[in-house]
Design a protein around this ligand. Structure first.
Ligand SMILES: Nc1ncnc2c1ncn2[C@@H]1O[C@H](COP(=O)(O)OP(=O)(O)OP(=O)(O)O)[C@@H](O)[C@H]1O
Ligand SMILES: [Mg+2]
Length: 231
Protein backbone atom coordinates (compact mmCIF):
# COMPACT_ATOMS: atom_id res chain seq x y z
CA UNK A 1 0.00 0.00 0.00
CA UNK A 2 2.88 2.39 0.79
CA UNK A 3 5.53 2.36 -1.90
CA UNK A 4 8.82 4.26 -1.69
CA UNK A 5 10.91 4.19 -4.89
CA UNK A 6 14.44 5.57 -5.25
CA UNK A 7 13.86 8.22 -2.59
CA UNK A 8 16.65 10.72 -1.94
CA UNK A 9 16.44 13.70 0.40
CA UNK A 10 19.03 16.48 0.48
CA UNK A 11 19.01 19.23 3.11
CA UNK A 12 19.55 22.86 1.99
CA UNK A 13 23.17 22.74 3.26
CA UNK A 14 23.87 19.97 0.74
CA UNK A 15 23.76 17.01 3.15
CA UNK A 16 22.15 14.02 1.41
CA UNK A 17 20.50 12.31 4.40
CA UNK A 18 18.53 9.69 2.42
CA UNK A 19 19.99 8.15 -0.75
CA UNK A 20 18.03 6.04 -3.24
CA UNK A 21 15.86 4.20 -0.71
CA UNK A 22 13.21 1.79 -2.03
CA UNK A 23 10.80 -0.44 -0.15
CA UNK A 24 7.09 -1.22 0.09
CA UNK A 25 4.92 -1.59 3.16
CA UNK A 26 1.96 -3.94 2.81
CA UNK A 27 -1.49 -3.72 4.39
CA UNK A 28 -1.38 -4.42 8.14
CA UNK A 29 2.38 -4.94 7.99
CA UNK A 30 4.59 -3.74 10.88
CA UNK A 31 8.18 -2.96 9.93
CA UNK A 32 11.01 -1.70 12.14
CA UNK A 33 13.36 0.94 10.73
CA UNK A 34 16.71 0.74 12.47
CA UNK A 35 20.08 2.39 12.06
CA UNK A 36 22.68 4.32 14.05
CA UNK A 37 22.25 7.97 15.07
CA UNK A 38 22.24 10.10 11.94
CA UNK A 39 21.44 7.16 9.62
CA UNK A 40 18.47 9.05 8.12
CA UNK A 41 15.48 7.42 9.84
CA UNK A 42 13.73 10.64 10.90
CA UNK A 43 14.49 12.28 7.56
CA UNK A 44 12.93 9.32 5.73
CA UNK A 45 9.75 9.39 7.87
CA UNK A 46 9.34 13.17 7.53
CA UNK A 47 9.84 12.98 3.82
CA UNK A 48 7.18 10.26 3.42
CA UNK A 49 4.54 12.59 4.89
CA UNK A 50 5.63 15.51 2.70
CA UNK A 51 7.38 17.57 5.39
CA UNK A 52 10.70 17.39 3.53
CA UNK A 53 10.85 17.51 -0.26
CA UNK A 54 12.40 14.56 -2.11
CA UNK A 55 15.34 15.42 -4.36
CA UNK A 56 14.68 12.22 -6.30
CA UNK A 57 12.24 9.33 -6.27
CA UNK A 58 8.56 8.84 -5.66
CA UNK A 59 6.23 7.85 -2.84
CA UNK A 60 2.84 6.26 -3.47
CA UNK A 61 0.04 5.32 -1.13
CA UNK A 62 -2.63 2.99 -2.55
CA UNK A 63 -1.41 3.94 -6.02
CA UNK A 64 -1.64 7.73 -5.45
CA UNK A 65 1.59 9.69 -5.91
CA UNK A 66 1.88 11.68 -2.68
CA UNK A 67 3.68 14.65 -4.20
CA UNK A 68 0.47 15.32 -6.16
CA UNK A 69 -1.68 15.81 -3.05
CA UNK A 70 -1.53 18.30 -0.15
CA UNK A 71 0.26 17.62 3.13
CA UNK A 72 -3.08 17.70 4.99
CA UNK A 73 -4.50 15.04 2.64
CA UNK A 74 -1.38 12.93 3.19
CA UNK A 75 -1.79 13.25 6.96
CA UNK A 76 -5.30 11.79 6.78
CA UNK A 77 -3.84 8.67 5.21
CA UNK A 78 -0.55 8.51 7.08
CA UNK A 79 -0.12 9.45 10.74
CA UNK A 80 3.30 10.43 12.03
CA UNK A 81 4.52 10.41 15.62
CA UNK A 82 7.55 12.73 15.77
CA UNK A 83 10.76 11.88 17.60
CA UNK A 84 10.37 15.03 19.73
CA UNK A 85 6.93 15.04 21.42
CA UNK A 86 7.07 18.85 21.68
CA UNK A 87 6.54 18.88 17.89
CA UNK A 88 3.24 17.04 18.35
CA UNK A 89 1.39 18.90 21.09
CA UNK A 90 0.25 22.50 20.78
CA UNK A 91 -3.23 22.75 22.31
CA UNK A 92 -4.06 23.83 25.88
CA UNK A 93 -4.75 20.35 27.24
CA UNK A 94 -4.27 16.72 26.27
CA UNK A 95 -7.92 16.06 25.33
CA UNK A 96 -7.87 19.01 22.91
CA UNK A 97 -4.58 17.81 21.43
CA UNK A 98 -5.96 14.31 20.88
CA UNK A 99 -9.23 15.79 19.53
CA UNK A 100 -7.44 18.15 17.15
CA UNK A 101 -7.00 15.69 14.25
CA UNK A 102 -10.54 14.24 14.31
CA UNK A 103 -12.06 17.76 14.66
CA UNK A 104 -9.97 18.96 11.75
CA UNK A 105 -11.34 16.05 9.71
CA UNK A 106 -14.82 17.51 10.32
CA UNK A 107 -16.12 14.61 12.43
CA UNK A 108 -19.17 15.24 14.64
CA UNK A 109 -18.32 16.10 18.26
CA UNK A 110 -19.72 12.84 19.74
CA UNK A 111 -17.50 10.82 17.38
CA UNK A 112 -14.54 13.07 18.28
CA UNK A 113 -15.21 12.31 21.97
CA UNK A 114 -15.37 8.56 21.31
CA UNK A 115 -12.08 8.64 19.45
CA UNK A 116 -10.36 10.63 22.17
CA UNK A 117 -11.61 8.27 24.92
CA UNK A 118 -10.56 5.25 22.91
CA UNK A 119 -7.05 6.56 22.09
CA UNK A 120 -6.38 7.64 25.69
CA UNK A 121 -7.91 4.44 27.08
CA UNK A 122 -5.96 1.95 25.00
CA UNK A 123 -2.69 3.67 25.88
CA UNK A 124 -3.63 3.73 29.58
CA UNK A 125 -3.45 7.53 29.89
CA UNK A 126 -7.12 8.52 30.44
CA UNK A 127 -5.98 10.24 33.65
CA UNK A 128 -3.91 12.73 31.60
CA UNK A 129 -6.88 14.05 29.59
CA UNK A 130 -7.38 17.29 31.52
CA UNK A 131 -3.70 18.04 32.07
CA UNK A 132 -1.92 20.93 30.38
CA UNK A 133 0.05 19.33 27.53
CA UNK A 134 3.03 21.61 27.96
CA UNK A 135 3.49 20.60 31.61
CA UNK A 136 3.63 16.84 31.12
CA UNK A 137 6.77 14.79 31.72
CA UNK A 138 8.68 13.72 28.61
CA UNK A 139 7.22 10.18 28.72
CA UNK A 140 3.69 11.50 29.32
CA UNK A 141 4.10 13.86 26.37
CA UNK A 142 5.22 10.96 24.20
CA UNK A 143 2.14 8.90 25.10
CA UNK A 144 -0.15 11.93 24.53
CA UNK A 145 1.52 12.54 21.16
CA UNK A 146 0.92 8.93 20.13
CA UNK A 147 -2.75 9.23 21.22
CA UNK A 148 -3.12 12.39 19.11
CA UNK A 149 -2.18 10.36 16.02
CA UNK A 150 -4.14 7.19 16.86
CA UNK A 151 -7.33 9.28 17.22
CA UNK A 152 -7.16 10.04 13.49
CA UNK A 153 -7.25 6.31 12.59
CA UNK A 154 -4.80 6.72 9.71
CA UNK A 155 -4.31 3.84 7.25
CA UNK A 156 -0.61 3.79 7.99
CA UNK A 157 1.41 4.93 10.97
CA UNK A 158 4.97 6.20 11.04
CA UNK A 159 6.46 6.22 14.53
CA UNK A 160 9.81 7.84 15.32
CA UNK A 161 11.34 6.40 18.51
CA UNK A 162 7.94 5.74 20.12
CA UNK A 163 9.35 3.92 23.16
CA UNK A 164 12.09 6.36 24.16
CA UNK A 165 11.68 7.81 27.70
CA UNK A 166 8.80 5.47 28.50
CA UNK A 167 8.63 3.59 31.81
CA UNK A 168 8.14 -0.20 31.60
CA UNK A 169 4.38 0.00 32.07
CA UNK A 170 3.88 2.66 29.39
CA UNK A 171 6.21 0.80 27.05
CA UNK A 172 4.12 -2.35 27.50
CA UNK A 173 0.86 -0.40 26.92
CA UNK A 174 2.40 1.05 23.77
CA UNK A 175 3.51 -2.35 22.50
CA UNK A 176 0.11 -3.94 23.24
CA UNK A 177 -1.62 -1.05 21.45
CA UNK A 178 0.62 -1.23 18.39
CA UNK A 179 0.21 -5.01 18.28
CA UNK A 180 -3.59 -4.73 18.25
CA UNK A 181 -3.83 -1.96 15.64
CA UNK A 182 -5.17 -2.86 12.23
CA UNK A 183 -2.87 -0.30 10.58
CA UNK A 184 0.39 -0.84 8.81
CA UNK A 185 3.25 0.74 10.70
CA UNK A 186 6.84 1.77 10.09
CA UNK A 187 8.60 2.14 13.43
CA UNK A 188 11.99 3.89 13.65
CA UNK A 189 13.62 2.68 16.83
CA UNK A 190 16.83 1.99 18.74
CA UNK A 191 14.80 -0.42 20.91
CA UNK A 192 15.84 -3.65 19.18
CA UNK A 193 13.83 -5.71 21.67
CA UNK A 194 10.65 -3.82 20.70
CA UNK A 195 11.60 -4.14 17.02
CA UNK A 196 11.98 -7.92 17.32
CA UNK A 197 8.78 -8.42 19.30
CA UNK A 198 6.51 -6.15 17.27
CA UNK A 199 7.89 -6.34 13.77
CA UNK A 200 8.35 -9.49 11.71
CA UNK A 201 10.36 -7.43 9.22
CA UNK A 202 13.18 -4.95 9.66
CA UNK A 203 14.79 -2.37 7.38
CA UNK A 204 18.33 -1.24 8.19
CA UNK A 205 19.60 2.20 7.15
CA UNK A 206 23.24 3.27 7.23
CA UNK A 207 24.44 6.69 6.04
CA UNK A 208 21.11 7.25 4.29
CA UNK A 209 21.22 4.00 2.32
CA UNK A 210 19.07 0.93 2.74
CA UNK A 211 21.50 -1.81 3.73
CA UNK A 212 19.15 -4.68 4.58
CA UNK A 213 15.44 -5.50 4.40
CA UNK A 214 14.29 -8.85 5.69
CA UNK A 215 12.95 -11.03 8.51
CA UNK A 216 13.77 -9.56 11.93
CA UNK A 217 14.63 -12.93 13.48
CA UNK A 218 17.44 -13.30 10.93
CA UNK A 219 18.68 -9.71 10.80
CA UNK A 220 18.49 -8.94 14.52
CA UNK A 221 20.33 -12.11 15.55
CA UNK A 222 23.33 -11.54 13.27
CA UNK A 223 25.46 -9.52 15.71
CA UNK A 224 28.44 -9.21 13.36
CA UNK A 225 26.26 -7.75 10.64
CA UNK A 226 24.50 -5.39 13.06
CA UNK A 227 27.88 -4.14 14.19
CA UNK A 228 28.96 -3.57 10.61
CA UNK A 229 25.87 -1.36 10.16
CA UNK A 230 26.97 0.74 13.13
CA UNK A 231 24.43 -0.84 15.50
N1 LIG B 1 18.02 20.31 9.01
C1 LIG B 1 19.12 19.62 8.69
N2 LIG B 1 20.08 20.16 7.93
C2 LIG B 1 21.19 19.48 7.58
N3 LIG B 1 21.42 18.20 7.96
C3 LIG B 1 20.50 17.62 8.72
C4 LIG B 1 19.30 18.28 9.14
N4 LIG B 1 18.58 17.44 9.90
C5 LIG B 1 19.29 16.30 9.96
N5 LIG B 1 20.44 16.40 9.25
C6 LIG B 1 21.47 15.36 9.06
O1 LIG B 1 20.90 14.30 8.32
C7 LIG B 1 21.39 13.05 8.79
C8 LIG B 1 20.22 12.15 9.15
O2 LIG B 1 19.55 12.70 10.27
P1 LIG B 1 18.27 11.99 10.89
O3 LIG B 1 17.75 12.90 11.93
O4 LIG B 1 17.37 11.60 9.78
O5 LIG B 1 18.93 10.68 11.53
P2 LIG B 1 18.26 9.55 12.46
O6 LIG B 1 18.56 8.24 11.83
O7 LIG B 1 16.85 9.88 12.70
O8 LIG B 1 19.14 9.71 13.79
P3 LIG B 1 18.70 9.48 15.37
O9 LIG B 1 18.80 8.00 15.61
O10 LIG B 1 19.77 10.23 16.11
O11 LIG B 1 17.34 10.03 15.56
C9 LIG B 1 22.31 13.36 9.95
O12 LIG B 1 23.64 13.36 9.49
C10 LIG B 1 21.91 14.75 10.38
O13 LIG B 1 23.00 15.46 10.93
MG1 LIG C 1 15.77 10.32 14.37
Amino acid sequence: MLEVRGLSVTYPDGKEAVSGVSFALGDDERVALIGANGAGKSTLLRSIVGLLPASAGEIKMDGVVLSNISVSEIRRKIGIVFQNPDDQLFMANVRDDVAFGPRNMGLPEDEVGRRVDSALGCLGISHLGDRISDRLSVGEKRMAGIASVLSMSPNALLLDEPSSSLDPRSRRALMDTLQSLPHSALIATHDLDLAGRLCPRVIILQDGRLRADGPSDELLSDLKKLESYGL
